[in-house]
Design a protein around this ligand. Sequence first.
Ligand code: SER
Length: 875
Amino acid sequence: MMMTANEVRESYKKFFEAHGHKIVPSAPMVIKDDPTLMFTNAGMNQWKDIILGTKDPGRDVRRVDSQKCLRVSGKHNDLEEVGHDTYHHTMFEMLGNWSFGDYFKEGAIDMAWEYLVDVLHLNPADLYVTVFEGSEEEGLERDDEAAAYWAKHVPADHIINGNKHDNFWEMGDTGPCGPCSEIHVDSRTPEEKAKVPGRELVNKDDPQVIEIWNIVFMQYNRKADGSLSPLPMHVIDTGMGFERLVRMLQDKHSNYDTDIFQPIIKEIENLSGMKYGQTEDVDVAMRVIADHLRAVAFSIADGQLPGNAKAGYVIRRILRRAVRYAYTFLGQRSAFMFKLVPVLVQEMGGAYPELPAQQELISRVMKEEEDSFLRTLEKGINLLNGDMDELKAHGQTQLDGASAFRLFDTYGFPLDLTELICREHGFTVDAKGFDEEMAKQKARARNAAVVENGDWEVVKEGEQEFVGYDYTEYECHILRYRKVTQKKNTFYEVVLDFTPFYGEMGGQVGDQGVLVSENETVDIIDTKRENNQSIHIIKELPKDIDANFMACVDTDKRSASAANHTATHLLDYALKQVLGDHVEQKGSYVDATTLRFDFSHFQKVTDEELRQVERLVNEMIRQDLPLDEHRDTPLEEAKRMGAVALFGEKYGDKVRVVRFGPSCEFCGGIHARSTGRIGFFKIVSESSVAAGIRRIEALTGKNCEDAIYLMQDTMMALKGMFNNAKDLTAAIKKYIEEHDDMRKEIERFQAQAVERTKVELLNRASNVNGVKVVKAVLPLEANTAKDLVFKLREAQPENLVAVIGSTAGDKPLLTVMFSDDMVRSHELNAGKIIREAAKLIQGGGGGQPHYAQAGGKDLDGIHQAVDKVIELLNL
Ligand code: SER
């Protein structure tokens, strides 16, 4: 019986569980609070600090999981391949077993073999393994040890040497790394196998001879200077491509033919009316959409919405790539991908409950993003059509690189799309020029973004202990520091042995303060969090680096940000009470003056609801609910307590629970000691951030006080202006009404005046060769002058030339009107003539052939300008 994908995932976890591994959940795919990585791109990311030795693994030194990964940026980036072949993905699941200082090469190799051959019954004759061949440049020998263990299971000609590129796995430019062994499977037909032995196709991009499992023997840490230092313990990190494994087991030649993707592809066929497996373009498009659907949906579920920067921008690009393929090859002119969310949820919701829980949000966000990109796409296509018309007019056939790049940069058109559209119209594109523009932009971005991290200089061995929940000042020493350079700015990052400084995390700003020794004081300008540690940012290193220091937090700032943080918990609780349980926190930011809270809700929050929320929060503030904090609570117990967890957040086995009366949340942040310290809570705005996500901004404490004074001062000033009216609203309303009445009255008077002026001007008009020439300089507003010339034309529809100079205010204005017959018989163009005449008032303007107006700067020239118009007519 063929195993389903869900059964394969289960069997892997169960096998390793039976071998003493603890089954652990996938970490979120979107990484928050790590400046070096936006997305989980390997199963080992969540264990980075254990591998580097900065965190104790505890008792669970063997673990197993299935990790959601996304490889679309940085060192591991497969985006452009996806869809064109049958085995690369943006999002994929990585099955991993881990040993932290427990078994090493032999154990990992034996268990991998047992699982593949004894449990899954893969044919050993189809399996090839690779071992690291060594590297002179790194000073590393061939991995004979791994080769010897493999020799227990496979014949010598199934063991292949691999170079540094394939067989030395590194997380990034720096960080944990080590030699690795990959297991490759040859799934070609017997005839093909007979022709060319599988070993010759390993790592040769043959779609039927592919790597399924990478077993990394983590031994080193790559430092910023490029050197390798040994890790404190040996670690096994294995990563098996789940989609590829399922493909082997289901005897398919493409990952997309397995039950992981087929239901999605079937739905794409249904919705588009097109068939998979008939034309290459359509197949690629369907694969792209099926793949990208997963990446985008899982990111949104993890709390990462498409956006303009960083991780949000990556997600936006993935979604747009899918939209382009749907648009170009499946003829989809309206939002399409969001319609596939139900089938995705049906297929993967069992293993990943975050999907069904947020289905509506995922669909809405996707649809809005698709709609908006389709509008952009249309604008881009119009622009391109314009460019092509221009080329045609000049007899050219090639679109230049800069125009193609503008389409890419502003409208998200990759070169192939522009080429495709151009080709359809008989044009080519200067691809070289495009590449040059792209290289220029990349160079610009590199210059702007380059951050150079030096290596850590160790001052004192040891680990950091965070004491900031209990103290704001603490005696400490510097453990290590490093120099960081960004855009020519240099600063230092410092790790202390004990620190009360909270590093920015979970939407709460990092602490500021000072590091004081007997002889000097150094400002700590910010604190970040990395690898579970507070990293203190300072401008200058202390002169005596080994001194005893006091680390002192700026308590004013901290109290204010703590109060804001506590207020977000109360706000979250109140929103759920008032709007319903569907409210999920989707992001927040708090510092000493800002309180921003994003949450899922599908319509505008009404004024009445906002008021109820405020009342509830202020009620809880007045109750002065004490901070009831539970550190190191086992995860299960925290769940039993009813603590609210966030989707997309990574929680360890032990968590911190923060309670204020009925509000109970998982939280690692700094809070007020009791809600009374918030003082007062006032919402200042409610808005939309994206489809289905609302944002509330609010003030607390002293900031509220300041806002209230500002409001009061404004009110007092207004009252003063209205003679201290008792009912200010009524007084202002009355004033506005009077003002409106007066305006109407003035307009009536002006109309009468225009009427009189018209009659007068017509009477005074001169007659030049049968043309009635009206000219005058009058103190008129622009609208009145316009009104006047149109009235003149009404009264004198033929043989009329009217030129009015106006001098209302301190700016001159010229208005010109010709009757239609004059335009025709004398070939006049008021727009052109006025441009010439307006030079005399240092101005410019334009209009139509019969009517034009031009403003200017020089009042003195107005009479000459009027005469100039008449002169230019050659009557
Ligand atoms: N870290 C290795 C990889 O990502 C094995 O898990 O391929």
